[in-house]
Ligand binder design. Structure first.
Ligand SMILES: Cc1cc2nc3c(=O)[nH]c(=O)nc-3n(C[C@H](O)[C@H](O)[C@H](O)COP(=O)(O)OP(=O)(O)OC[C@H]3O[C@@H](n4cnc5c(N)ncnc54)[C@H](O)[C@@H]3O)c2cc1C
Length: 375
């Protein structure tokens, strides 16, 4: 690949010089940041650098759950974190989804509100009891944030969807699902129309905060302002920003005739999640089988986790059903101490929007807006 110094005068002038804003990372947050900067500063020259030929983190690889968090996960979070932070995060997810739908449009997202369910096995009766005991409180908070009742027990869902080996379920009324690929295509169309320069295949190797410059795989690029939206990879560039990479693996089955399952489903405190896509099942999770191994930047699938996903498909999700696996992949999330993202300026001209966690589809658009509003 040519170095910037070997490029023509025109190329350097149009694509690499006199940048007002340089954004690193082309996922939901990077795209939303670029979009909102262009709205705030229509005349600004905005360049977005993405190292993959497609975005290569989480935004094109996720499961497409449009969720705010189910009761089981919320109760777990409430045990570990301050209640205000937990509910502020739920609010940020809710408002983020409303805004994503407004910005991209339900048609382009293929948004469907089929509901979500937290599934409970007979070995987790204490979990079910916890949810029952706190259901009123959870719903009160949910009504305060969304105006709607969030959750109710729905035991009959187990039989209705044809699951095996499960005891009960709690319905998450407002949960929806999207087509992740279509969402990112639309984001890219919007950026193109607005005149944001999107350059794929360029890796940022280091950020020089004092000179407001990035060192890249094709040479140094200067900008008046730099914004890092690299989520799970952020600590590779900014050592002081604590974001841990967390790999998540997924598979998609072959089409299943007369599939009863429609909606989004969480199991084992959200460590497993599956949904229908038309008449296929998309199934992800099992990171808790190997936390250490899954704390990695390497985007591959592993036999241990894929085997567990297939077992649960056969025994619990679609028992007595013939299927094969048509797709398997992994993506990298960004986790940390809190589930609330980092949105901050780390110097006068350098900002970060990162640590989107496992429910970043909901948060991403608003995080991008908030990052843009820092300037
Ligand atoms: C398998 C999986 C399933 C998920 N399921 C869901 C779900 O159902 N619902 C939900 O809400 N969330 C889900 N998530 C989480 C959600 O996808 C993320 O929180 C969200 O996409 C994060 O967006 P982002 O823009 O911050 O990061 P990313 O999409 O990871 O974008 C960061 C970008 O930065 C680029 N980059 C990194 N380093 C560099 C560098 N040095 N130079 C140039 N570019 C760089 C990467 O290639 C990447 O494209 C899931 C995540 C995974 C992995």
């Amino acid at each position: 690949m040519l170095n910037i110094e070997q490029l023509s005068f025109w190329e350097r002038k149009s694509f690499f010089e006199n940048n007002d804003f340089l954004i690193v990372g082309g996922g939901i947050v990077g795209c939303s940041t670029a979009y909102h900067l262009k709205i705030n500063y229509p005349k600004a020259k905005i360049v977005l650098l993405e190292r993959g030929y497609l975005p290569s983190g989480a935004s094109t690889k996720n499961a497409g759950f449009a969720s705010f968090g189910g009761p089981v996960e919320l109760i777990e979070d409430l045990k570990k974190q301050d209640a205000k932070l937990v509910w502020d995060t739920v609010q940020a997810r809710y408002e983020g989804l409303v805004y994503l739908r407004e910005l991209i449009g339900d048609k382009f997202l293929d948004f469907q509100q089929n509901g979500g369910w937290d599934l409970i096995s007979p070995y987790q009766t204490n979990v079910a009891d916890d949810v029952r005991n706190q259901l009123e409180y959870l719903n009160d908070e949910f009504v305060r944030i969304t105006g709607n009742k969030g959750f109710q027990e729905d035991k009959s869902a187990i039989k209705r969807f044809g699951f095996s080996g499960l005891d009960t379920a709690f319905k998450i009324n407002l949960e929806g699902q999207i087509d992740t690929g279509k969402m990112m295509q639309r984001f890219n169309q919007l950026l193109h129309v607005l005149g944001v320069v999107v350059l794929n295949g360029i890796s940022v190797l280091a950020v020089d905060e004092s000179n407001v410059t990035v060192k890249t795989s094709i040479g140094d690029i200067k900008s008046a302002n730099i914004i890092i939206t690299t989520n799970g990879f952020t600590s590779q560039l900014l050592k002081n920003i604590a974001v841990q990479p967390a790999r998540a693996q997924v598979l998609v089955t072959s089409p299943i005739p007369d599939l009863k399952i429609k909606g989004t489903f969480h199991y084992d405190a959200g460590y497993y999640y599956f949904r229908n896509f038309e008449n296929r099942i998309l199934f992800g999770g099992a990171r808790n089988l190997d936390f250490e191994g899954e704390t990695t930047y390497e985007m591959v699938t592993t036999p241990k986790i894929q085997k567990r996903l297939k077992e649960l498909l056969k025994t619990m999700i679609i028992p007595n059903t013939a299927f094969s696996i048509d797709y398997q992949w992994s993506g990298i999330m960004g986790l940390g101490e809190s589930k609330y993202p980092i949105i901050e300026k780390i110097s006068n001209h350098v900002a970060v929007g990162a640590r989107l966690g496992g429910i970043g589809v909901a948060l991403g658009t608003n995080v991008g807006k908030k990052v843009a509003d820092l300037f």
